[in-house]
Write a protein that binds this ligand. Sequence first.
Ligand code: SF4
Length: 290
Amino acid sequence: MRRCAAFFVTRTPASLRLAGDPDAAYIKYASFRRTCAPCLWTSYKAYNLYKEHSMLKSLRMLVEFYGELGFERLPLYNFCDTLPDSEESGKVSQKLPKEGPLESLRELIGDCRRCKLSQGRTKIVFGEGSVKARIMFIGEGPGREEDLQGRPFVGDAGQLLTRLIEKMGLKREDVYIANIVKCRPPMNRDPQEDEIATCFPFLEQQIGIIAPQVIVSLGKVAAHKLLGISAPIPKFSITRIRGKFGEYNGIPVMPTFHPAYLLRNPRDKWLTWEDAQSVIKKLETLDSGT
Ligand code: SF4
């Protein structure tokens, strides 16, 4: 009896696995499906084998990705907790917690000791605000008050930021506020390159989850990282670039002064207000699609 090649492929799954090329198996499956009707069953098996390899490949890539970020557990949500009663099937998505991905990320960070900033901190300052925020405000790192409370921008500088947000016609809960690093640098020094490199992937994840339409970077450290400035942080001045939109992963970034700087230099509050107005205009432009 004449047998097509797909028959032999599916009858020798071990050789297929050893060959490590499920794509080739699928090409064979696809081409023989058209021409060899008696072999549909074996072709179907080849297709399932292909899918199995494909899923394993994707899973391996996912595990490696999170491994590189330093995660020890995958951000899987407990969907079983949210499964509906049988008559409610189809409403699963309505029951999933809206903040799930952020909460899972926070859980993954855990009691982080991945960089030396963990040694002097009191609390990790993860970030807070709306998961649906259109604007993200990103500072450089927690100060003393933030370190004690575990919340971003809650000291005097935080109150100034809150007033700015309200002047923009928003509430603090409408936006999302975070920092480049999540633990307080000793004596409020700038975070160092290695600390930023270790912590930034967490913020990257937060930005990815929230997907804001505009980011406002507060101070030179945040602008330096988000805009990929090549000059070393100590030699870089925010004054040169503030007020002009840059970009982070396709998201417009408005670099402006850090509120702590504005407390020391109140005359520059007007410049920051100009920057905030540019952000409002940008959102209006995005809304109108022009
Ligand atoms: S700054 Fe970031 S990476 Fe460093 S210990 Fe804190 S959470 Fe972990």
